[in-house]
Ligand binder design. Structure first.
Ligand code: SF4
Length: 745
């Protein structure tokens, strides 16, 4: 009888949409994946596993999967593709991209990704090896997924910070160094339903079991809000006002940590003056939250020692994501909750290993300032947005789609689309992105499955490997670990393999350095002192105590700054409550509130016509953005594209539970199935994103039904302000809802 082999690996990769880092056990028999379980010993998930990973066998062997490279032989959208070899496919990319480069310059090719995981590295590696500055999260208006928060934190205290759930120490919550937060503020997130970046949602409930009390801030009730000491049901898009109101309470009532502020913070007086502009009556009016509730929430948080905030992506999607994040970061800064056990712990990639240099600092060290300067001269949006130019090597996504259509200031002729389904997923103003991609001479799609994007615009399809089929690394954040290939499926190749092979063709120098993917991974692993082979089979590693990538109180020990002095990695060495960097980038150095672009206040006439605020993007425990709609076990759990609508609103509109309705505004109309529920505010509707119907016709004009049900048709592009980040109104578009008229179903 053939034996079962168990591969111990980790999850941080597309296919399926893993964004965390769970330990997986892949059971393989006769060369086939037969079962997936959570790894009991893994410090991240400790044996638990989400439905997406439990259904991995259905994902890996799904009959729709791309198994071979294919080139388009019919018209775009006809769905006619022909199998070709990998050599033919890579030759085609090399030839077409090189021709465009010779004629228009390398910048005429955009390298697009969706959300990050381990592929950000291989994509930027390919993009820079080709010589294009335009590595872009195309479709993600205002870069509104984590980047605004990352930027705000980076320029406030020089590092990212996350709720400390013991994830940075080997024994987790049982580690002698750790203590749980007394109070957790869950801000704009349903932690148990999603797969947030590097953070396992159930850690919040683990902390609750250890005594943590909750304050929940969200427009929508969740499992967590129903168990909170205080639930603030705020108006979507008003988070900055709420944070400033809380800062005002904490400062005016003397609840901040005076010693910490005096020693480690810069600009407290200026922040106090700004917060004073947000008295509770004003904040209550803006946010719809009673003044006393705001005051009580602020007191609960500030009086607890330690306290922590777990926040979600709606922060980035606010009209001005960076400043909202800045305001919230100041809450943990002035209460002294940074890099302490159970507070907001500074999150660095273990051993400083990253999949590829994302930051400008890293790019400088790898390529030299001249290269970065050259890239910034042509990078889309870099001249306009100084923050963008000085933070990460991304092009600005809203300007990118505009330029793909206008050719101004230079033409864009091709798009490399890697494991991102922007037309079925994140792209605000879906039709604009559809037109922009059709405007390209050549589109290459790397993906696991057909979806609206591949079907509508692909000229060449390269089949991507899933987590079970790839070698890769997980470096966001601790522990450091690698992914192992357990099975092969068709001719699928990993993102790393595809991109390395092409990168070598565009930059033959790389042939001398990287023969195989393992060579490239080992190169990235160098700062850790470990190799791929030493980390495989579940040999994850935590950094040692008193090193820069392991907490706590590193600012006191000189472990955060390059010059090894105590303090933070900011220009002043202090936490910049008044950001000298933002000032340099012509931005407001202090946090502020701006009214969403459409609202009862800013556009009252529009609000009369479209009286409901549409919140998109609430997470489903069985899906990751637009992934998994074709996986039977998962679809059974969450079968329909719905709209959540309050019973009172439904009654006024004559809408019943389960009825199909139309949601519309000036930009278009979609259909959804009504879910009548008191968990949303009467003036808000919640419309989950990422919906397409793989069971329907994939070819034009249907494209799996996206023009009927994709909520991003109702959302316009950003960016919201002069940071270039935040502002796609994914959470604040105004809409009206009505019953379907006869014959419309
Ligand atoms: S989707 Fe997230 S929660 Fe599920 S296995 Fe992957 S990392 Fe873990």
């Amino acid at each position: 009888m053939n034996e079962v082999t168990i591969f111990r690996t980790t999850a941080w990769s597309p296919g399926p949409g893993c964004h965390g880092g769970c330990g997986l056990e892949l059971y393989v028999k006769d060369g086939r994946l037969v079962k997936v379980e959570g790894d009991d010993e893994h410090p991240y998930n400790r044996g638990r596993l989400c439905p997406r990973a439990l259904a991995l066998t259905q994902y890996v062997y799904h009959p729709d999967r791309f198994l071979y490279p294919m080139k388009r032989v019919g018209e775009r959208g006809e769905g006619k593709f022909e199998r070709i070899s990998w050599d033919q496919a890579l030759d085609m990319v090399e030839e077409r991209f090189s021709k465009i480069k010779d004629t228009y310059g390398a910048e005429a090719v955009i390298f697009a990704q969706g959300t990050g995981r381990d592929i950000g590295g291989p994509i930027s590696f390919l993009c820079y090896s080709f010589g294009s500055p335009n590595w872009v999260q195309l479709g993600l208006a205002g870069h509104s997924c984590y980047t605004p928060r990352l930027a705000a934190m980076m320029f406030t205290h020089g590092d990212y910070a996350v709720l400390d759930a013991g994830q940075f120490v080997p024994e987790g919550m049982d580690d002698p160094e750790y203590e749980p937060p007394e109070v957790i503020v869950v801000w704009a997130q349903n932690p148990a339903a999603g797969c947030q970046d590097g953070f396992y949602g159930h850690w919040v409930s683990d902390c609750m079991k250890k005594g943590s009390k909750l304050v929940v801030i969200d427009p929508r009730w969740t499992w967590f809000s129903s168990r909170a000491e205080k639930f603030l049901q705020l108006r979507p898009g008003t988070d900055a006002a709420l944070a400033l109101g809380m800062l005002n309470v904490i400062i005016s009532e003397g609840l901040y940590d005076k010693d910490f502020v005096d020693t480690w913070c810069l600009g407290f007086e200026e922040l106090a003056a700004r917060a004073a502009e947000y008295p509770l009556e004003r904040v209550s009016q803006i946010t719809w939250v009673p003044a006393e509730d705001i005051a009580e929430a602020a007191r609960l948080y500030a009086k607890a020692k330690p306290a922590a905030i777990q926040w979600g992506v709606p922060i980035d999607m606010g009209p001005s994501g960076t400043t909202i994040a800045q305001a919230i970061a100041h809450l943990w800064s002035i209460t002294g909750n940074l890099d302490v056990p159970g507070g907001q712990v500074i999150a660095r990639a273990a051993f400083d290993v990253t999949t590829y240099p994302f930051s400008t600092q890293e790019l400088h060290s790898l390529y030299g300032e001249e290269f970065v300067k050259r890239m910034n001269e042509k990078r889309i949006g870099a001249a306009e947005f100084k923050l963008l130019k000085n933070f990460r090597g991304w092009g600005q996504p809203d300007r990118a789609v505009e330029q793909m259509l206008s050719g101004d200031p230079y033409p864009i002729k091709a798009c490399w689309i890697q494991t991102t389904n922007m037309l079925g997923g994140q792209a605000a103003d879906t039709k604009m992105h559809y037109q922009a991609l059709l405007n390209m001479d050549f589109n290459v799609v790397v993906d696991c499955f057909p979806n609206p994007t591949t079907m509508a615009v692909a000229d060449l399809i390269l089949p991507a490997a899933s987590i079970a089929e790839k070698e890769s690394l997980r470096s966001w954040w601790s522990p450091l670990q690698v992914m192992m290939s357990a099975v092969t499926v068709g001719e699928c190749r990993s993102d790393w393999e595809i991109n390395l092979e092409l990168a070598k063709r565009f930059n033959p120098e790389l042939r001398k350095r990287f023969d195989t993917v393992k060579d490239l991974i080992d190169d990235r692993l160098k700062p850790s002192g470990y190799t791929f082979d030493e980390l495989k089979d579940g040999h994850w590693k935590f950094p040692e105590k008193d090193t820069p990538t392991r907490p706590y109180r590193r600012y006191e020990k000189g472990l955060l700054r390059p010059d090894k002095k105590p303090g933070f990695r900011t220009p002043s060495g202090k936490i910049e409550l008044y950001s000298t960097s933002f000032e340099e980038f012509d931005m407001d150095p202090l946090p502020f509130f701006t009214e969403p672009p459409e609202s009862e206040v800013r556009t009252p006439q529009l609000a009369e016509k479209y009286p409901l605020v549409m919140v998109t993007g609430r997470r489903s425990p069985v899906y990751f953005h637009s992934e998994h709609r074709q996986i039977p076990w998962l679809r059974e759990c969450d079968p329909d594209p719905t709209v959540e609508i309050h019973p009172q609103t439904a009654q006024e509109l004559g809408i019943s539970e389960g009825e199909w309705v139309v949601i519309h505004n000036e930009r278009g109309r979609i259909k959804r199935k009504a879910r009548v529920t008191p968990i949303v505010h009467p003036r808000v509707v919640s419309v989950p994103h990422g919906w397409w119907l793989p069971e329907t016709q994939g070819t034009e004009p249907n494209l799996y039904g996206i023009w009927d049900i994709n909520c991003n048709i109702l959302v316009n592009i950003g960016p919201g302000d002069d940071s270039g980040y935040g502002g796609g109104p994914y959470k604040t578009a105004l809409v009206a809802v009505k019953k379907l008229s006869q014959g419309e179903e």
